[in-house]
Design a protein around this ligand. Structure first.
Ligand code: NAP
Length: 562
């Protein structure tokens, strides 16, 4: 039988219809109306005003609970609510002080949907632990969160701000500022990466924070990095806990749930891992060309049809036993097995100025921060697929971009490398960045030609670092899972690690580090978990001795997790 576009389109259409139906039901169950006020400059119909109308119109097609009223900036209501930027969206201003400056486009559509659902319910949805922190707030807080429509991390931080503003409307106000619409405000706050959150004009968070960390930062008016959770009584019992919501973890979740295993996927940051930050993917079968974030959204909605995902929770500790205890920032899980699909984090250059200017011109995410560099001069450091795709993306957002690479040959695939010439992106060969300098923000880089020994300076506004990834093995190391000599998780051919009952998949295992290999590893690990739960190898001394887990350098004794 031949499968054509029609079949694929139909499947996607059906999934979309089911999603919209569910959304309509959710809106119907909301107890309150959601009045929206759109303010714009008289006679200034720009792309942001138009996009705001389109987004609201799309949501109004789902429910009549949303009402829209439009006013000019010179209307008395603009004065009443202190609106002076076009466009500004106020949602339910009689109850809350929450405003969008710019349009809730792209990724921000997700934040906007969450805003309407929370405000329609008039419930913040904060965790018990966050509620305790918010109860201690006694002074006013004005939150500003800088976002871009292409930033997959931004909605998590916006939702944190929304929840705080909904929980304490008498004290907390929130402005969500699109850097594309108000680059001047981003400049004024020196917000050269997104998301960045300020409270009372003090930086309280760079990047997406976990909810509890965000509310603690808001209370203390200082960026917090860690939140020590109290013991929670809400225990989730599962057969499998999957740590990491990238392609490997999501695929494994689909497979384990379909095998009848109760599964929880836990993800600390944005779902999709590195793929969510990849501008364009051209080598994932079934998609000739697809945005990394779009591919992630498809994977996530597929996974959600089967498996529960706990996003914004960090795993702090794992206690051995049968069941094992997985302690996150929010709750406790009891589980028979664990799959480590923690992926990889971007590698740093390790040069002077890199940390100092992070978020001030140094960036690791072109899709997030690219719009801030339109018309500016930037370099991308690295010579792999990431460096090339990021350089192409930056070029298309209007930056003047060149690549700085330490060798005379790119590591990137030819098909990508060829695009550099086609798009007029120069490569500075045999050159290493030795320092990043500036005042408030990046102004120049120090370069060293490793062939001639020549040292030079280049004036730049931005440095995008794309020099590969380090496996995220902190948790694995903490619980005694053995690593191989390259620092990746040691595993056998069936994805069992050195600790019985703990498995691995995806980039944290090393190897090819492709989306397609990560999904394959996730599926294979899930099938091993299914087989092992029926017939636990660690309970059968003879069988355990035969497995190649035994060849692991630091294998745990049998019974380690009993
Ligand atoms: P990568 O392939 O490991 O390339 C890293 C690049 O950074 C290399 O060119 C390396 O130089 C350079 N580098 C490393 N450390 C450096 C340092 N300290 N100073 C200067 N340069 C340094 O990493 P990646 O490009 O992030 O890709 C990771 C994986 O994801 C790869 O498997 C890649 O194929 C995949 N990926 C695929 C796509 C796609 O298919 N669309 C897109 C992105 C990534 P040398 O070449 O000299 O080692």
């Amino acid at each position: 039988m031949a499968w054509g576009h029609d079949h694929t389109d139909k499947t996607a259409e059906n999934a979309q219809q089911a999603f919209l139906k569910q959304l309509k039901q959710t809106f119907a169950s909301l107890p309150n109306e959601i009045p929206i006020f759109l303010f714009s400059q008289r006679g200034k119909e720009d792309v942001f005003v138009d996009a705001s109308r389109q987004v609201i119109r799309a949501f109004r097609g789902l429910t009549d609970k949303i009402t829209l009223k439009e006013f000019n900036l010179d209307h008395e209501l603009a004065a009443k609510w202190h609106v002076d930027s076009s466009p500004t969206l106020l949602i339910d201003p009689d109850h809350y002080n929450i405003r969008w400056i710019g349009a809730p486009m792209g990724e921000e559509g997700r934040s906007f949907l969450e805003a309407m659902l929370l405000m329609g319910a008039r419930k913040s949805g904060l965790s018990d632990q966050s509620l305790k922190v918010m109860e201690r707030l006694e002074e006013a807080r004005n939150i500003k969160i800088f976002v871009s429509p292409t930033c997959p991390y931004c909605p998590q931080q916006v939702v944190n701000g929304l929840k705080a503003a909904i929980e304490r409307p008498e004290l907390v106000s929130l402005e969500i500022i699109d850097i594309q619409c108000r680059p001047d405000l981003a400049e004024q706050y020196a917000a050269h990466s997104v998301p960045q959150a300020f409270a009372n004009d003090i930086l309280i968070g760079q990047g997406a924070q976990q909810e509890e960390v965000f509310v603690s930062s808001l209370l203390k008016l200082e960026a917090q990095t860690i939140f020590i959770p109290e013991r929670t009584e809400k225990v989730v019992e599962t057969d499998v806990v999957i740590i990491g919501g990238g392609p490997a973890g999501l695929t494994a979740g689909i497979y384990t749930e379909r095998s009848g295993l109760r599964t929880a996927v836990i993800e600390r940051d944005a779902l999709g891992g590195q793929v969510a930050l990849t501008p364009i993917v051209e080598n994932y079968p079934g998609f000739t060309q697809v945005g990394g974030k779009t591919l992630v959204d498809i994977m996530v909605s597929h996974a959600l049809q089967y498996v529960q995902i706990f996003q914004g929770e960090e795993v702090l500790d794992i206690k051995p036993g049968q069941p094992m205890e997985v302690l996150t920032t929010r709750r406790k899980f009891l589980t028979k097995t664990i799959l480590l699909a923690t992926g990889a984090t971007h590698r740093q250059l390790g040069v002077p100025g890199e940390q100092q200017f992070s978020g001030r011109g140094v960036s690791y995410c072109a899709t997030c921060d690219g719009p801030l560099f339109k018309g500016r001069k930037v370099i991308v450091v690295g010579g792999g697929n990431s460096a090339v795709t990021e350089a192409l993306y930056l070029k298309h957002t209007g930056a003047s971009v060149s690549i700085v690479h330490r060798r005379d040959k790119l590591r990137a695939q030819d098909v990508l490398a060829n695009q550099l010439e086609i798009n007029g992106i120069p490569v500075v060969w045999n050159t290493e960045v030795k320092g990043i300098d500036g005042k408030q923000r990046v102004q120049k880089v120090k370069l060293w030609n490793n062939e001639t020994g020549e040292i030079s300076e280049m004036a730049v506004d931005g440095v995008f670092i794309a020099v590969g990834y380090e496996p995220a093995v902190g948790l694995a190391e903490k619980i005694g899972v053995a690593l191989n000599e390259d620092g990746y998780i040691w595993h056998d051919s069936l994805h069992r690690t050195s600790v019985p009952g703990i498995y691995s998949a995806g980039d944290v295992e090393g190897g090819y580090k492709q989306i397609v290999t990560a999904t394959g590893q996730g599926a294979a690990a899930a099938m091993t978990i299914f087989e092992d739960l029926i017939n636990p190898y660690w309970k059968n001394e003879e069988q355990f001795r035969k497995t190649d887990v035994q060849s692991s350098p630091q294998v745990q004794p049998i019974g380690a997790i009993r």
